[in-house]
Design a protein around this ligand. Sequence first.
Ligand SMILES: NC(=O)c1ccc[n+]([C@@H]2O[C@H](COP(=O)([O-])OP(=O)(O)OC[C@H]3O[C@@H](n4cnc5c(N)ncnc54)[C@H](OP(=O)(O)O)[C@@H]3O)[C@@H](O)[C@H]2O)c1
Length: 343
Amino acid sequence: MASLSGSATGILARAIGHRLEAYKVRHMEITAVVATAYGGPEVLSIIESSVGEPEPGQVLVDVRAAGTNPVDYKLYSGTYGDDPSKLPLRLGLEAAGVVRSVGGDAEGPSGPIRPGDEVIVFHASGAYASAILASAKEVLAKPSALTFEEASGLMLTGTTAVHALRATGVSAGATVVVHGAAGGVGLMAVQLAVADGARVIATAASAQHDLLRSFGAEPVLYGEGLLERIRALAPDGVDAAIDLIGTDEASDVSVALVADRRRVVTIVAFGRAAQLGIQAIGGGPGADPGTEIRAAARLELVRRAEAGALRVIVAATFPLAEAAEAHRELARGHTHGKIVLVP
Ligand SMILES: NC(=O)c1ccc[n+]([C@@H]2O[C@H](COP(=O)([O-])OP(=O)(O)OC[C@H]3O[C@@H](n4cnc5c(N)ncnc54)[C@H](OP(=O)(O)O)[C@@H]3O)[C@@H](O)[C@H]2O)c1
């Protein structure tokens, strides 16, 4: 094999050095959370990685807060399969932060995006990070009435709640039962339904009843006797029911209360939905993804939050490096509002 002369080696080393410098200029070092295997929160690690400069239509955002959602831990728990080729798996679907730089034509649903703008990133890929590169289409203006932590939890829960309320035809004068009302999606559904003039009967543990009352709902304890407790509150009947928890109790009570099964929806119990003939929405098998309804809801959610008519309750914040602890808390299933990661 031919060997390089001393001067040729020097030229090559300089060329590599220049390329490395050019790469460093175009790439920014970041920290990010990944699942390195399928399992419990112990498989989460924090890694050093890099992101490139935004291409046309892209935006680079410094993350100030990343919203967590139960789907984040379901993605590596094995709930949706355990394909090893997907590992290591970056996590996080939504964040709020400040725009660092933009590619050409960076226009999002709220209008043109500029460096320094405070934004929400939705449908993000790997939002558990110090910075993310996102399509401008998924970048919205952050409502100034919300902190970064609050804004990071607005979109996934809010769009799901809007979809559930539309699917069940909830409007002014209707009585709706919301199961799992004190969770991330539940608190959104309660606020949106009350603001639209509906009467909301909200199931939750008793410690959350004052919070639900403060949002205008009528809280009721879940567990044995739930059907009778709701009938006592609404002797004239219930028009619609929204299951945000997926227990048999929630779907059984819903079909017992609501005459028209098309006005019962679940966001979790997809198998039971098919058996009972109720609606299922979201990303599960046989469920309606509601892509257009959810996309159209985003600016409406921003507008309501900006006007002070929609609040995001932050239950807890954790440093990004403590994502595993945040997920242990989230997986207990009794979060009231949002758990947020702060880089
Ligand atoms: N299909 C979709 O599009 C979609 C979208 C978003 C979320 N999801 C799924 O929907 C579920 C809820 O999401 P989330 O973000 O709202 O979760 P979350 O914030 O963790 O809230 C869960 C809530 O359920 C309550 N709860 C627990 N056991 C209950 C029971 N037996 N009956 C009634 N309430 C109970 C808990 O509070 P207390 O027990 O203290 O009252 C807690 O507030 C998750 O499984 C998530 O993956 C689906």
